[in-house]
Design a protein around this ligand. Structure first.
Ligand code: SAH
Length: 469
């Protein structure tokens, strides 16, 4: 970060502008808006400046000397003479006065950002002097999306601040109150129509009745690449009080959670599913009943091999409100990032997602349907079962030459794709790092041509044997 954005209070502070032309006018206007006492030193003044003169603005006909700086908080050098501007910056530097040089930001100690003014909300945008045009474009975009009622809304919130502090003693409850006010949009919509008194009344009413209510959002975190989460997931993660997350959720994704939220790892270890699932259910209920906004963050999509349904049933039993946010499931993520279209007019008209981790007492798998031709079959949790998958598919008629891929750590920067034939599946699985997905079907043959993500092209198992020999 080359520049630290700070917001300075200039009210009644003495600010100096050197130069009396049009560039100076713009800067003077901003300083006056912030309530500064502005002095302009220049041998001549343009008409616009002369017209602006008022109690807070004195125009002094004088060429710049180092004495001009005495008593100033900050100075803006706005002459059209680079040498003078440079001198101003140098003198200011020696005296410890903040200086800005118009059109030559590198000379001064501060720069003036492009601003979006919804006072008291102010957004400042700067490119650090690299490209003011781009900074202005960003500003224009923000200008378009930030509604005009933002200013009145922030002022009204300021008016209520002490009252809210008195009535709601914990930081947590205050935050929830404000989120309720800002998210519901009723107050904003009244302010938008200029109905200040009604907006004030709604805020007072909601403050009197305010009781935080716990709720749970079952959120799909996608397969790993954090940019694959949905906007809704991001919003909920940023509003959460507590986040219960799985082993599969990547660190980068977790870093998007609101900083003050409590993070609880409820990752499951193989073989201990049922015990830990019960604990997770209890924690979900406990945190929600305490009035928290709970996000249950699951790898991929919560409704695909994610036990999402089982957790929701427990919430229903306890009368806890919930919502479900879908995520990109591993099959979609891995297939896209490995360049393997799951369906293709020439190769596969259907796709099946199946778990390779078969519960002993579970329903028997219908292998004949998984071995169908013109179909892509995707195995989740199949790494340890690769020998069984190979045997059963071949016994049920899938050719041993059917292309297969194992995608390990799909969509993450360390994704690894191995391709080969069904007969080689068990050997291919040796040493592969979980989590990994097995994709079986002719579509896999496109991976070589369509590869686009990561440093490495797919590793062909046959080729790796040749290389070893
Ligand atoms: N609900 C998740 C699946 C959970 S089951 C989803 O919709 O994706 C866990 C299995 O998902 C793993 O054993 C693995 O087969 C697969 N998986 C999840 N993330 C993966 C990733 N990034 N790369 C490869 N496989 C992944």
């Amino acid at each position: 970060m080359d520049y630290l954005p700070i917001f300075t209070k200039l009210n009644q502070r003495r600010c100096l502008v050197i130069g009396g032309g049009e560039v100076a006018v713009r800067k003077v206007r901003f300083l006056l808006k912030a309530g500064a006492k502005v002095t302009v030193h220049s041998p001549v003044f343009c008409n616009e400046l002369l017209n602006l003169e008022n109690d807070n603005l004195s125009l002094i006909t004088q060429t710049y000397t180092a004495e001009s700086l005495s008593g100033a908080w900050l100075v803006i050098a706005a002459t059209d003479n680079r040498a003078v501007n440079q001198q101003v910056a140098q003198d200011a530097e020696q005296l410890g006065i903040f200086a800005n040089v118009v059109d030559a930001p590198e000379l001064g100690s501060f720069i003036m950002p492009s601003i979006v003014d919804r006072s008291p909300i102010i957004v400042a945008v700067s490119s650090g002097g690299n490209t003011p045009v781009l900074a202005r474009l960003v500003r224009a975009k923000l200008e378009a999306v930030l509604p005009n009622y933002l200013g009145p809304l922030a002022r009204l919130a300021g008016e209520f601040r002490h009252k809210v502090q008195k009535l709601l003693p914990t930081v947590e409850s205050r935050r929830r109150y404000w989120e309720q006010i800002f998210n519901a949009g009723e107050v904003a919509s009244l302010l938008d129509k200029g109905k200040q008194d009604q907006a004030r009344a709604v805020m007072t009413e909601q403050l009197a009745d305010f009781k935080p209510k716990g709720e749970v959002a079952l959120v799909g975190a996608g397969p790993g690449d954090p940019s694959l989460i949905t906007l809704k997931a991001l919003q909920l993660m940023q509003q959460a009080d507590v986040v219960l997350y799985d082993q599969l959720v990547s660190q980068e994704t977790l870093s998007l959670v609101r900083r003050d939220a409590k993070l609880v790892n409820v990752g499951k270890e193989a073989g201990r599913h049922s015990v830990i699932q019960e604990t997770t259910n209890e924690l979900l209920v406990k945190y929600a009943q305490q009035g928290n906004k709970v996000v249950r963050l699951k790898g991929g999509d919560p409704f695909i091999f994610g036990r999402g349904g089982e957790e929701l049933e427990v919430l229903v039993e306890h009368g806890i409100d919930f919502q479900v946010v879908p995520g990109v499931t591993a099959a979609s993520g891995c297939a896209s990032y490995a360049g393997i279209p799951l369906t293709h007019r020439d190769y596969a008209q259907s796709v099946v997602f199946v778990t390779g981790h078969c519960k002993e007492q579970g329903q028997p798998i219908d292998w004949s349907s998984l071995a169908r031709p013109h179909q892509t079959t995707v195995f989740y949790m199949g790494l340890m079962q690769s020998e069984k998958i190979k045997q059963n598919l071949m016994l049920n008629g899938r050719s041993g030459e059917t292309p297969v891929a194992i995608v390990s750590k799909g969509t993450r920067t360390d994704q690894h794709v191995i391709t080969g034939q069904l007969t080689q599946l068990a050997d291919m699985a040796q040493g592969v790092q979980p989590p990994a997905l097995i994709i079986v079907g002719e579509v896999v043959s496109l991976a070589d041509k369509l590869t686009w993500f990561g440093e490495q092209a797919p590793t062909s198992y046959a080729q790796s044997l040749v290389n070893l020999a």
